[in-house]
Design a protein around this ligand. Structure first.
Ligand code: FAD
Length: 162
């Protein structure tokens, strides 16, 4: 087994599909919870209404097959790979998903890794995006930040870890 990490961001186009955002996010969460642990995939997926950003870690074959499947998903577009490289150790001990919202604790993270409050991975370096994802999923474990997705469909936790 050769450890590998792949980091990308993409456009969230769920709103343009004939489906509810909450329902689709829940479906992504369910598929990831079902598929990632048995494949030995750790990492995190974060999102807002414009972007997704994800870190996938694990055996390089598993990371490649998982990413290949994700890349074909019509719920996002304009995928940009920032990093795809062998690693010595994982940065994530499970698989997590978090919403990039606003709160007194999350807002300073935007300023720590970028120039303005708000999530725009297109304006972040690969290193900053990876560090931001790591901090956000740790922070969201302690923060009950509200998600605008909640009224739209099934309740999506601001943070979830599997
Ligand atoms: P599905 O179409 O979900 O299901 C395939 C088979 O599993 C079917 O036979 C179905 O009947 C069966 N099945 C469905 N639900 C269940 C259930 N609850 N229990 C048992 N069997 C069931 N996917 C990941 O796996 N990991 C990721 O990290 C990931 N990240 C994503 C990030 C983004 C930005 C996006 C847009 C998508 C992501 N996805 C991820 C989803 C991915 O694109 C595929 O939609 C998903 O992996 C397909 O899952 P599946 O092969 O289980 O197919």
């Amino acid at each position: 087994m050769y450890l590998f990490r792949l980091t990308y961001y993409s456009r969230n186009v769920i709103k343009s599909l004939d489906s509810s955002v909450g329902k689709e996010i829940k479906a992504i969460l369910d598929a990831s919870s079902r598929n990632n642990p048995p494949a030995g995939i750790t990492g995190a997926l974060i999102f807002n209404d414009q972007y997704f950003a994800q870190v996938l870690e694990g055996d390089r074959k598993s990371v490649t097959s998982t990413f290949t499947r994700i890349a074909r998903d019509p719920r996002h577009s304009d995928i940009v790979i920032l990093h795809a490289r062998p690693i010595d150790m994982r940065a994530h001990d499970g698989w997590a998903m978090a919403y990039c919202g606003h709160s007194e604790i999350v807002d300073p993270l935007y300023l720590k890794y970028g120039t303005a409050i708000g999530f725009n991975p297109a304006k972040m370096t690969a290193e900053n995006l990876e560090a931001f994802i790591g901090d956000l999923v740790k922070t969201e474990a302690r923060v009950a930040s509200s998600s605008p997705l909640e009224p739209a469909g099934p309740r999506i936790p601001a943070y979830t870890r599997v």
